[in-house]
Design a protein around this ligand. Sequence first.
Ligand SMILES: [Zn+2]
Length: 299
Amino acid sequence: MIILLASVALSLRAQTPAAPAAPERQGLEGLKEIPFAALSSQAVGVLGQAALSLRPTEWKHAETENFIYHYFHSHIATPVSVEAEFYYRVIAKDLGKDTSHWERKAHIFVFESADDWSQFQTKAHLDPWTGGIHARNELFITRDPAQKFKGNALGHETAHLVVNRFYGDNVPLWLNEGYAEYISLVSYATFYRARGYQARPHFHNLPATDFLPLKQLTEMVTYPTEVRQVVAFYSESEVLVRFLSGEDKAKFAQFLDLLSKGSTFDTALRVTFGNRFPLAANFENEFKSYANSALLRKD
Ligand SMILES: [Zn+2]
């Protein structure tokens, strides 16, 4: 899931692209709409059914190489399709995974209005702060037609999809959310840089007063109840992933693999980053000082 609050905006400087932006250019071609009955997979889960039951006659459908789209307007869904395929490739590569053998396409449901999203949240029993969700083989996102830059929600949910495909259901909550935030902010900036923007990821800001002890953060199995705590949870998780992935990407992927198979945080850390952090007791202090220095950087 991703938080609805716009606290994770991308820094976009010199917002005049050097060349015509590819998503817009692609938009002229448009996704090719096909009937629901012609989709390569018509199997949708409980959340997918809840989505399709809202304004049931108005959903349109299309496919690309790895995704099936359910949407209302082609000019909204076409840029989504360009980004989704991009994020899928970039995230799999970041984790050193080959997606080419994965034949079953994932479904992406694209909501446009706040009202529709709110009704979906109610039907699906989601927390009101939820701005996007991944459930097994389905992603649900909102795209506000009035916003020029759409945020990292699509990349965030795509990251959950890739992690779920390669690491299963047992990735700890902090790691799942922290990685989805980290890689979606990085790949969102990459996406726009490739289209002529001077874009840099604007990572999370974590007030020192909201810092959770690592034991508490890494053992959480449910989301906090207060919105401020939810924001702190996502922020600290993202900073922790950035800290470890920044040390060594290959070791981070191994660390993720160990935790997904049931290792404790301490064991996974010792096996993968033991040389770098020989004293487990000092790890928290090193991380804290990294988090503090990360706060001082504006981008
Ligand atoms: Zn999430």
